[in-house]
Design a protein around this ligand. Structure first.
Ligand code: PHE
Length: 343
């Protein structure tokens, strides 16, 4: 039987088309709810059509009623499906979160290799009974040179080697002035180490910089001998570089020690066999040392007939290069995280 299209069926069909389009496009539950209110809510289209049903001729009533019921049921189903779809949407978004991807990492900083080596040196010397002392980087000529028995014509005083300020003070060229400051401020015995920054007018290359770090040591007591110095340096070498580390002392000159030595550590790259790093000598020069000159003791008011001692100074960068097998000291100052991240 041909479906007779009356006004009510037309409205139902139009409502169905409208609902289908809007439900498909709905992005929020609020849009779906709005549609429900308009179509099947208490004051919506379908209750109104239901009241109009009485005007439909008896012959069309059965068909119109069927269209009404199926139309309302389809809209109801469409709304329910849309509600389910929108409720599932956040879960679908969450499903795109891939928990197996690597996370975003916090890059934590850490100590610079220079600081690590300074801390290790200090820890080793503390175990031997040394305490840490400190002094200024802007220093007087008296503390850096005069009190350390440095003759007026010594080349290190030259402005080509040392940075002078207009007022006559300097950037300390060594940590040795800390020896003087400590002895000026206390009576013997003395057992200190003084790590810190020093400055020289050197042209930077693989083993030199304009500023670098030293750790100074000073030991003053009664009857201190050169063998005490040797054993302290040897113990330090073993603690720092392992049981096979050796040291070598070579005669040298420093104004403030007599006798003086330069001392070398066996090259840890080749263990003394000879390689490019140690220039085939098997040893790497680390620093100077010696027995404190009686003139220095007199300058600070210590009686050289009663007190004697030794002093040493090591280059921290040189230690770091050996410790970590770094071929060029300039890496330590370039602040490249690819380098610094390795320590
Ligand atoms: N101050 C000396 C230098 O800079 C090293 C040193 C320290 C030598 C203590 C003897 C005693 O080279």
């Amino acid at each position: 039987m041909e479906a007779k299209m009356n006004a009510i069926i037309e409205k139902i069909n139009a409502a169905l088309a409208d609902a289908e389009r809007r439900l498909a496009a709905a992005a929020t539950p609020a849009e779906v709810e709005q549609l429900r209110i308009e179509l099947i809510g208490r004051n919506g289209l379908f209750p109104a059509l239901s009241r109009e049903m009485g005007t439909v001729p008896a012959a069309e009533r059965r068909e119109t009623g069927a269209a009404f019921n199926s139309g309302r049921a389809r809209i109801q189903e469409g709304i329910e499906a849309a509600v389910r779809r929108l409720a599932a949407a956040p879960a679908a978004a969450a499903a795109k979160l891939d928990l197996t991807l690597p996370g975003r990492r916090w890059r934590t900083g850490h100590k610079h290799p220079i600081s690590i080596v300074v801390d290790e040196c200090v820890a080793i010397f503390r175990r031997m009974g040394f305490i840490v002392a400190d002094g200024p980087e802007i220093e007087s000529v008296y503390h850096n040179f005069d009190a350390l028995n440095t003759p007026l014509d010594h080349p290190s005083r030259d402005p080509q080697d040392t940075f002078y300020f207009a007022d006559g003070r300097i950037l300390r060229s060594q940590t040795s002035p800390v020896q003087i400051r400590v002895m000026e401020s206390q009576e013997p015995p003395v057992r200190i180490v003084a790590p810190g920054r020093v400055y020289r007018r050197d042209t930077p290359d693989a083993t030199h910089g304009m500023n670098f770090h030293q750790i100074e040591g000073l030991y003053i007591d009664r009857d201190v001998s050169m063998s005490d110095l040797k054993s302290v340096l040897q113990s330090f070498a073993v603690e720092m570089f392992g049981p096979r580390a050796k040291i070598r002392l070579r005669p040298h000159f420093f104004p403030f020690t007599e006798p003086s030595v330069e001392y070398d550590f066996s090259c840890i790259m080749c263990e003394g066999k000879g390689c490019p790093v140690c220039k085939n000598s098997g040893y790497i020069e680390i620093a100077g040392a010696g027995m404190v000159d009686p003139n220095v003791l007199r300058n600070v008011g210590y009686d050289p007939e009663v007190w004697s001692g030794f002093a040493f100074g090591m280059g921290i960068e040189r230690l770091a290069m050996l410790r970590y097998r770094i071929g060029d000291l300039r890496y330590l100052y370039e602040n490249d995280v690819r380098f610094l991240g390795q320590f």
